[in-house]
Design a protein around this ligand. Structure first.
Ligand code: SGN
Ligand code: CA
Length: 519
């Protein structure tokens, strides 16, 4: 009898060990501010001019998601939503500026994976204030208010050791550290989940000089480059116009010699608040706007080229080490970005270029190569999806939904609308707080902070969201339906606060701790 039990135990243990071994690895690659239009796999308006062949390999070998959206289009809030699978008002991280830090004691998907036997690591941009929790290894950027810099990037390793990296551009450094962790530091007997996150192509768009020769030809303008914001009051009050709100540092204008540190800072920031400057008095008007745009877009896309190169190195490493078959590789960005659409840079709005995120995933064992999906997804879906793919059960309090069935080409129930809520104001670009809903066909937005404005767009007939149809005859019924949809989603996601309570969230002033790491 005893021997039978022993035998049974042995079989069970080896079965468990085998199952553990077979768990897929996860490499979650995220860049900062990488617009869908600048990922060539999407075949959008910049695709032919600025290809991203390595990032596209992930789509070619897996699935490209076309309609992935953000719940709150800025850095920290998107990252917090991704980690927790919950909206900003639930995970508590709703503003980058003066909204306090991420509550690191809460449940996150890396913690759940770690509990399930995964070895976890995060390398690169973090921007949540408090040190990462739920990771066996972390090396995250802490200087420049947690943003990190392109050069002389300061990292904190495992929450304690400060390291200033002085030999590489930040993209190359993050790529180097990620490969080093995979190759030398991890326990090769355990499944792993690596989050590998770039600063690029974030402002001030400083590329590695090796890419400076890319893009000698000028780029075309987006068809909304000279938008006059007619019918969209909130949009007309912005501070993110290429023409009027870019500073000298953004556009790499050399400073005069002999300035003190303070004077230099002031010189470089000049332009942020709409102060007029030109590099030559002869450059004015439309020619000046185009000059700024060309400098901006070229540097932005050179930063993207650096990310693309790094992604290629990662994919090559996985292949060369026999890790590609059983590793899930995700490529995404914390949100989208304006590359001259509406004449803008930056993000924050619920308009498509910043609301939408690139998202693609490959997992050769289970996801068919070269497939695409056009259903509505949210960044809060990433956590439950990754847990589901890893065979870890999804806690009930996660607000997102797994899209594993979509990835595996199975029948699924598609979402009929996505809900959005942005709070930060006036930092940095005077984007009015707003919430809204999109069905993919129509979008309704409400700006409620110090104006009471609604916008309705017919996305199929007006993809650039120029014509505000709110209050226009013939749109009463759809407006009512969308308002009801907002109400029901606010209830479902527990965002059914009063407008006063929402405004109070914008007004919250809580110091961030990340400055303590600053040097
Ligand atoms: C910095 C930028 C802003 C940008 C925010 C948020 N200014 O503050 O232009 O909107 O980051 O970006 S800068 O002069 O310091 O570059 S986010 O990616 O962290 O959300
Ligand atoms: Ca960002």
């Amino acid at each position: 009898m005893k021997t039978t039990i022993k035998l049974l135990l042995c079989v069970l243990i080896s079965f468990a060990a085998h199952a553990q071994k077979k768990k897929p690895n996860i490499v979650f690659i995220m860049s900062d501010d990488h617009a869908v239009s600048a990922v060539s796999a999407y075949n959008d308006w910049l695709a032919a001019l600025a290809p991203t062949p390595n990032i596209d390999r992930i789509a070619d070998e897996g699935m490209l998601m076309h309609a992935t959206y953000n719940t709150n289009s800025i850095c920290g809030p998107s990252r917090a939503a991704i980690l927790t699978g919950k909206y900003s008002h639930v995970n508590g991280f709703f503003k980058n500026e003066k909204g306090g830090d991420f509550d690191a004691s809460q449940q996150t998907f890396p913690k759940l994976l770690q509990k399930a036997g995964y070895q976890t690591a995060v390398i690169g941009k973090w921007h949540l204030g408090t040190s990462p929790t739920g990771f066996d290894y972390s090396k995250v950027m802490v200087n420049h208010g947690g943003q990190g810099t392109y050069y002389n990037t300061v990292f904190v390793e495992n929450g304690t050791k400060t390291v200033e990296e002085t030999t590489r551009h930040s993209t190359a450094q993050v790529a180097h550290d990620a490969l080093k962790w995979l190759d030398e530091k991890r326990d090769k007997n355990k499944p792993f989940m690596l989050m590998y996150q770039f600063k690029a192509p974030h402002r001030p768009w400083t590329p590695n000089p090796k890419f400076n020769n890319l893009y000698t030809e000028d780029f075309p303008h987006h068809e909304t480059f000279n938008d006059d914001y007619e019918g969209r009051l909130a949009a007309s009050k912005n501070m993110l116009e290429i023409e009027n709100h870019m500073n000298r540092k953004d556009l790499k204008v050399p400073a005069p010699e002999g300035l003190t540190k303070r004077q230099l800072g002031r010189y470089q920031r000049y332009g942020n608040n709409g102060e007029f400057w030109t590099p030559h008095d002869s450059l004015q008007g439309a020619a000046l706007k185009n000059w700024k745009y060309q400098r901006y877009i070229k540097d932005y896309l050179r930063c993207v080229a650096g990310v693309d190169e790094a992604v290629g190195q990662m994919l090559d490493y996985l292949k060369a080490n026999g890790l590609d078959e059983n590793t899930i590789v995700v490529y995404t960005s914390d949100q989208g970005f304006y590359l001259g659409e509406h004449g803008w840079f930056d993000k924050r709005w619920m308009y498509e270029p910043s609301f939408r995120m690139p998202f693609m995933v490959k997992y050769p064992k289970k996801i068919k190569a070269g497939t695409q999906n056009k259903e509505l997804l949210l960044n809060i879906d990433f956590a439950p999806t990754l847990l589901d793919l890893a065979g870890v059960s999804i806690p009930k309090d996660i607000q997102g939904e797994s899209f594993k069935r979509q990835l595996y080409g199975k029948r699924y129930k598609a979402r009929d609308a996505v809900y959005y809520h942005y709070y930060e104001y006036p930092f940095w670009h005077k984007v009015q707080p707003h919430y809204g809903v999109s069905t993919g066909k129509y979008k309704l937005i409400h700006y409620y902070y110090d104006m009471d404005e609604w916008e309705l767009f017919d996305l199929e007939n007006d993809k650039n969201e120029i014509q505000n149809l709110y209050d226009k005859p013939g749109y009463e019924k759809i407006t009512l339906t969308l308002k009801q949809k907002i109400k029901s989603l606010q209830k479902q996601y527990k965002d059914d606060m009063s407008l006063e309570e929402m405004r109070a969230m914008t007004d919250v002033v809580v110091k961030r701790v990340y400055s303590e790491h600053n040097n």
